[in-house]
Design a protein around this ligand. Structure first.
Ligand code: HEM
Ligand code: NAG
Ligand code: NAG
Ligand code: NAG
Ligand code: NAG
Ligand code: NAG
Length: 581
């Protein structure tokens, strides 16, 4: 008989007789790749992991040395959040500061595969993963379909009921304010900024994105595609279309520019504003930022006449602060490309930030009154909203039970999507991002009650799902997030920011920004300036922090007299988020 036929038959035999996929137990450690080798046997590809052995568990000498010397993420976090006086000196010594920043950038972004390796339909490397930009990337491949349990080999045969899980562990009992005193100004900035690259394609499903530039492209301001951009453009002096209400500039009406926006039917045409992102009618906070950026764009065109040839080149630069100096990476091996991962989107569902209701001047609005209500923006004006959002404290994200009832369904959806995408457990992600897996439910939550609920629902700490885990995780001392959120989130963010072509050596120079003046604007962009340059009259303090003493919040026209970290750069998002540096 023909040998190849025998081979095929044998192979089929294996497939048929095979029990569970041996890779279901995720035996390969340290980013080793599991390969099925017929029935019940597997092989780990440990190439360039720094480890060897059956499961890539034995370190090579250099790896051993590095690992032995390397402090744990929590230790690093501790050092970075203490010893203020030492850091003061370090911050003042350019050489040291640059060296540390460079290390942070490279060590973090090396945790993100570039080019990408997986997506939700391909748990192995393939041309499709690389070339089909409609997919979000995946950092860990999906759990195979043919596994004994939904999480691989551990945990119960069925995952807990999502609604029950959400009600028991995620639903807010009483508002827990963020101890870092994050403001709503920050929350809406985060939402506004990230929605340019988190745009799940609801029609195709959670594996797909409509933001196929996979990064900071300012599609949320200018529109994703050329058609939308053209409709939003005035085609005069490089400006964007606008309308004037009460003597102030606001985004134009949908009926005037004919772009699609998502508003519920009861919103009259006269209140339907149009901006780059279809969904930004949702919250006045988003429309407020949309208005600020629109005014900024039109103002800059007015004065300095930066000719915007390519919107990517123009504004994404606003998001970089000197500390996040792209030049730091010019001497390093670094890929100037980026792919947004599904897991990044999932972990960014920071809905616990949202309060129970919204305080604007002396009024209190509930969700029903606040959502889709663009009148709030025009009735109060940008000044008032900036002031109000800068003084209302956001909710703590980690620590469990802090999702407002009005947005609980978003958390539910997030878990449902995670299951469709067959995410591995939070412990698998902890290992992937150089953290030790949690050994017990108590270690994960830092308490007993939710730990007991988790045990009942999941059975095994290695079976706890990613999103639920991130939200119930024990927060770091006086912090908004737990360890996993920061250690996973920071690499994605840094890679996303620094991987932008604008940061590459040929782009990061004055000529790209229309000369020295433009470059200066880009380099000195700050939230306070964005606000002060674009509101009428005295400008309010714009802050990502709610100051401790409420009385200190007064109007001022001096940007530098307020808080120290109000830079609008996404770098600051990160900084705020990681409380590092
Ligand atoms: C009142 C305020 C908010 C409301 C009503 C709201 C509501 C929603 C809704 C309905 C979705 C879509 C869920 C789905 O069908 O998959 C969503 C997605 C999302 N939200 Fe929020 N959200 C709010 C605030 C925030 C904030 C402050 C953040 C902070 C970062 C945030 C981050 C996200 C992210 C990352 C997504 C996924 C987007 C995508 O994949 O396209 N949201 N939100
Ligand atoms: C590798 O992992 C498998 C499954 O987790 C385990 O049974 C085996 O003993 C491990 N091998 C070594 C050398 O540690
Ligand atoms: C920081 O540097 C400036 C000059 O570069 C110096 O005057 C100041 O004393 C330094 N501060 C500290 C805390 O070292
Ligand atoms: C990407 O993959 C999806 C799902 O298989 C498919 O519908 C789409 O046509 C692909 N896009 C491209 C550009 O190949
Ligand atoms: C929208 O906000 C305005 C205040 O700007 C308020 O008077 C109005 O009642 C709100 N609309 C709804 C439907 O709650
Ligand atoms: C703002 O404050 C700084 C330092 O407090 C001061 O040097 C500057 O002159 C002030 N600018 C204005 C416009 O008041």
């Amino acid at each position: 008989m023909n040998t190849s036929v025998i081979f095929i038959l044998l192979h089929l035999g294996f497939v048929i007789c095979q029990g569970a996929n041996p890779c279901c137990s995720q035996p390969c450690q340290h980013r080793g790749v599991c390969m099925e080798m017929g029935a019940d046997s597997y092989e780990c590809d440990c190439t360039r992991t720094g480890y060897y052995g059956q499961n890539c568990t034995t370190p090579e000498f250099l790896t051993w040395l590095k690992v032995s010397l390397k402090p744990s993420p929590n230790t690093v976090h501790y050092i970075l959040t203490h010893f203020r006086s030492v850091w003061k000196i370090v911050n003042n010594v350019t050489f040291l500061r640059n060296a540390i920043m460079r290390y942070v950038l490279t060590s973090r972004s090396h945790l993100i595969e570039s080019p990408p390796t997986f997506n939700s339909d391909y748990g192995y490397k393939s041309w499709e993963v690389y070339s089909n930009l409609s997919y979000y990337a995946r950092t860990l491949p999906p759990i195979p379909h043919d596994c004994p349990t939904p999480m691989g080999v551990v945990g119960k045969k069925e995952l807990p009921d999502v609604k029950l899980l959400a009600e028991k562990l995620l639903l807010r009992r009483k508002f827990i304010p963020d101890p870092q005193r994050t403001s709503l100004m920050f929350a809406f900035f985060a939402q506004h900024f990230t929605h340019q690259f988190f745009k799940t394609d609801m029609k195709k499903g959670p594996a797909f994105t409509r933001a196929t530039n996979h990064g900071v492209d300012l599609g949320h301001i200018y529109g994703q595609d050329l058609e939308r951009q053209h409709k939003l453009r005035l085609f005069k002096d490089g400006k964007l279309r606008y309308q004037v209400v009460h003597g102030e500039v606001y985004p134009p009406l949908v009926s005037e520019v004919q772009v699609e926006m998502h508003y519920p039917p009861h919103i009259p045409e006269s209140r339907r504003f149009a901006v780059g992102h279809e969904a930004f009618g949702l919250v006045p906070g988003l429309m407020m930022y949309g208005t600020l950026w629109l005014r900024e764009h039109n103002r800059v065109c007015d004065t300095i006449k930066i000719v915007i040839e390519d919107y990517v080149q123009h504004l994404s630069g606003y998001h970089f602060k000197l500390k996040f100096d792209p030049e730091l990476l010019f001497s390093e091996q670094f890929q100037y490309q980026n792919r947004i991962s599904s897991e990044f989107n999932t972990l960014y569902h920071w809905h616990p930030l949202m309060p129970d209701d919204f305080h604007v001047q002396d009024e209190v609005y509930n969700y029903q009154q606040f959502l889709f209500n663009t009148s709030i923006l025009t009735d109060y004006g940008v000044n008032s909203l900036v002031e109000s959002f800068s003084t209302q404290i956001a909710g703590r994200v980690a620590g469990g039970r802090n999702v407002a009832p009005a947005v609980l369904k978003v958390a539910v959806k997030s878990i449902e999507d995670s299951r469709k995408l067959r995410y591995q457990s939070i412990n698998a992600y902890r290992k992937r991002f150089n953290m030790k897996p949690y050994k017990s439910f108590e270690e994960m939550t830092g308490e007993k009650e939710m730990a007991a609920e988790l045990r009942e629902m999941y059975g095994d700490v290695d079976a706890v799902e990613l999103y639920a885990g991130l939200l119930v995780e024990k927060p770091r001392a006086n912090a908004i997030f737990g360890e996993t959120m920061v250690e996973m989130g920071a690499p994605y963010s840094l890679k996303g920011l620094m991987g932008n072509p604008i940061c590459s050596p040929e782009y990061w120079k004055p000529s790209t920004f229309g000369g020295k003046v433009g470059f200066e604007i880009v380099n000195s962009a700050s939230l306070q300036r964005l606000v002060c340059n674009n509101v009428k009259g005295p400008c309010p303090v714009a802050s990502f922090h709610v100051p401790n003493v409420k009385d200190s919040v007064t109007t001022t026209s001096n940007a530098s007299s307020s808080h120290s970290d109000q830079n609008v750069s996404p770098a600051v998002l990160l900084k705020e988020r990681t409380s590092e540096l």
